[in-house]
Design a protein around this ligand. Structure first.
Ligand SMILES: Cc1cc2nc3c(=O)[nH]c(=O)nc-3n(C[C@H](O)[C@H](O)[C@H](O)COP(=O)(O)OP(=O)(O)OC[C@H]3O[C@@H](n4cnc5c(N)ncnc54)[C@H](O)[C@@H]3O)c2cc1C
Length: 425
């Protein structure tokens, strides 16, 4: 059985890994000409995603590439002295197994775990999908697949082709996000430097093994801003305007806008689809259920979603009419929960009032001052749904040993571990 996945970032390679382990034949098409190596931004793997990575045998590499960011220096806008906080205490309160890693490092690790068994096609994109599985590409000749999965991110092409325009499903949550790569002149090592004001937050972090650093900007806007997604100069201008006069550190980061080799700017939108499968096509990760970039822990959701989708397809013997609804049922509660987490995180990270700014600063101060136990309790009390990602439980879909490997098609009964109910939590 031949399955086409669009997108080779996180959800795509994890899905490809598990599908091949279950005996399916997999092709991944990725629009970028090669795997991205710029680092991207830092993402989080919480316990269920860590456990799935462990089952894939890649956990040592994931831990090796962790950013190592465990301290935070936090400035309230206008205040001279910062508050220093132990980030590891905050993370340990939200998850008892967590790693922060650069997205592109994680993507490379998952890609390496699949490259021998999966056909990767870079520099192409799906142009049309017909109901019988005939797929047309922008460059390659048409091919037929039994199933197609969109793992092509928040602005998914597969979703647009099958479900219609993105605007029908995305809700602007009143904030924008900018990221740029810049030299680590501050020599940040294991530290997040952050400035928080009413309606705007800017931070800079590095990673143990990266020569450069990232500056992250989050700001509120009641209405959607007027710019074209390809108009980078206008996006940079909007970012400069939103952070004007915040702090000399922030000015220095903004100065790098003219030189940065990598810049990202987007509204923070939440995808709200009641169902993300139609016919032979389904979606996984941000393409189907992004709760909002940078606020929702969506990387873990993408990893878990990919694992569950592959497992349900194996369990149903490749019958998508049974597998897709089962996959959606298994994920629905976590997808809904992630939206609430994202809204709450956005409120905390980009405070709407002076009270909110003070609350964030005082919270960080208190957590640092308290011993680990009480500080964990405090985070759990004050952070709504803080442990959603750790609480995700899914069945153990481990394939039978004979089903693993390659492009041989779905051989025999692929559903080893059926109904075992062993959680990966
Ligand atoms: C600035 C920023 C900060 C973030 N911070 C965090 C964080 O702190 N913690 C966290 O957990 N998550 C964070 N996220 C979210 C995280 O990056 C995503 O949840 C995660 O990468 C989802 O993986 P994915 O594979 O579903 O989609 P993506 O990583 O978006 O990958 C989609 C892939 O599809 C490819 N693609 C796109 N269109 C096509 C096409 N037409 N054809 C073929 N391929 C295509 C893209 O090139 C890309 O490789 C952040 C996101 C952003 C943007």
């Amino acid at each position: 059985m031949r399955i086409l996945i669009s997108g080779a970032s996180i959800a795509g390679p994890v899905l490809a890994y598990w599908l091949t382990r279950h005996g399916f034949s997999v092709t991944v098409v990725e629009r970028a000409p090669a795997l991205r190596k710029t680092g991207g931004h830092a993402v989080d793997l919480f316990r269920p995603a860590m456990n799935i990575s462990e089952k894939m045998g890649v956990l040592p590499r994931v831990e090796e590439r962790a950013t190592g960011t465990n301290r935070m220096t936090l400035y309230r806008e206008g205040a001279r002295r910062p508050v220093r906080a132990d980030l590891s205490k905050i993370f340990s309160a939200t998850s008892d197994r967590h790693v922060e890693i650069m997205r592109d490092d994680l993507s490379e690790i998952y890609h390496n775990a699949t490259r021998d068994d999966v056909e990767y096609v870079f520099g192409d994109s799906i142009a049309a999908i017909s109901p019988d599985g005939e797929v047309r590409f922008e460059n390659a000749a048409p091919r037929r697949f039994d199933l197609v999965v969109g793992a092509d991110g928040l602005h998914s092409t597969v979703r647009r082709l099958v479900f219609g325009d993105e605007s029908r499903f995305s809700a602007f949550i009143g904030a924008y996000l900018g990221v740029l790569t810049l030299p680590n002149t501050a020599g940040l090592d294991g530290e997040l430097l952050i400035h928080v004001g009413v309606g705007r937050t800017a931070g800079m972090y590095g990673a143990r093994h990266l020569g450069d650093a990232r500056a992250l900007f989050l700001f509120r806007s009641e209405r959607e801003l007027d710019y074209h997604y390809r108009d980078v100069p206008r996006q940079k201008e909007l970012l400069r305007g939103a952070f004007d006069g915040m702090h000399a550190d922030v000015d220095r980061w903004l100065d790098e806008l003219d030189r940065t080799p990598a810049f990202y700017f987007d509204s923070i939108t939440q995808l709200r689809m009641d169902t993300w499968s139609r016919g032979r096509v389904t979606l996984v990760g941000d393409a189907g259920y992004c709760p909002g970039p940078a606020v929702g822990g969506s990387t873990s959701l993408a990893v878990v979603g990919a694992y569950v989708l592959a497992g349900e397809l194996a369990r149903a013997g490749g019958d998508h009419e049974r597998a897709f609804p089962a996959y959606e049922r298994a994920m629905a509660e976590y997808v809904r929960g992630s939206r609430a987490v994202a809204l709450s995180a956005a409120k905390t990270l980009i405070p709407t009032s002076r009270l909110g700014v003070s609350g964030l600063v005082q919270g960080a101060r208190l957590i640092s001052a308290l011993p680990a136990g009480p500080s964990r309790a405090l985070v759990r009390l004050t952070t709504k749904s803080a442990r959603l990602y750790d609480s995700m439980t899914v069945d153990d879909y481990s394939p039978s040993p004979t089903a693993s490997g390659g492009r041989a098609g779905l051989a025999g009964d692929p559903g080893g571990g059926l109904g075992s109910g062993i959680g990966v939590e």
